[in-house]
Design a protein around this ligand. Structure first.
Ligand SMILES: [Fe+2]
Length: 248
């Protein structure tokens, strides 16, 4: 309760693909998820996470939802902090199951962040592009993946953000190359990182944390930043995920 929730790990993952354009070779993506701002996660702590992320100089920042723990009173202060995130290719966000929809959807653009729930966009660098999109929350929303995938060719590198990793089996892996999720908190309390009794996933420990490959598509599940229900973590350290894109 007093150590592990404060002990943020920066986890580095390299994603190699011949579909990554040379203009994106070496670009870095930071994925942040599950802040759950509230009594157990103060604005000072969010500010400190934002400073840690900016110090990594990411090119692109993706936010995976559950910004607050259900209380809309914390939304504006949370996004005021998140508005200080800096990335030349932009900051993009989806919603999680704990985000009050109306107020969060208002706050996201107000604080200079681009909402990609059920939307797709091209990220362009020196005339080359990759596709980025997201879906609505698997429990509380609808998922319209075509917004991301309908315009892509097999040569395009495609990234999708879904708060809940349980959506991964439904992802069209012939089109989507890289998926980011949170929601599980790595189980939050685990038996030394090997197995967790509660994962908030229908698939048990399969999508609990880490890098999972299926049919040529990669799912990265973050342990997230905050805690839910109890301010506890055990062998499921909070994480900032840093992905480096590598052209092969
Ligand atoms: Fe969640």
């Amino acid at each position: 309760m007093f150590i592990e929730p404060y002990w943020i790990e920066t986890k580095y993952v390299t994603i190699e693909s011949d579909q990554i354009p040379s203009q994106f070779d070496g670009k870095t993506i930071v994925f942040l998820s599950d802040i759950h701002a509230g009594p157990d996660f103060s604005q000072d702590r969010i500010d400190s996470v934002v400073s840690q992320v900016n110090a990594l100089n990411p090119d692109l920042i993706l936010l995976g939802g559950d910004y607050v723990d259900g209380d809309s009173a914390n939304i504006n202060s949370t996004f005021e902090s998140l508005s200080k995130l800096k990335a030349p290719l932009g900051v993009y966000a989806v919603l999680g199951n704990k985000d009050p929809q109306y107020k969060t959807l208002n706050a996201i653009p107000t604080y200079g962040i681009t909402y990609i729930g059920n939307k797709g966009t091209w990220i362009v660098e020196n005339g080359s592009r990759i596709r980025l999109g997201g879906v609505g929350d698997y429990n509380n929303g609808v998922q319209i993946p075509n917004a991301t995938t309908s315009v892509v060719t097999p040569q395009d590198f495609v990234i999708m953000v879904t708060h809940n990793p349980d959506y991964f089996p439904n992802v069209d892996k012939s089109k989507v190359d890289l998926v980011f999720s949170g929601h599980t908190h790595g189980g939050q309390v685990t038996f030394f990182g090997l197995w967790a009794p509660v994962t908030h996933s229908d698939y048990g420990n399969k999508y609990r944390t880490g890098v999972i490959e299926e049919n040529n598509s990669t799912l990265i599940v973050s342990n997230g930043i905050g805690t839910t229900m109890l301010p506890l973590r055990f062998f499921a350290r909070p994480q900032i995920i840093v992905v480096e894109l590598k052209k092969t």
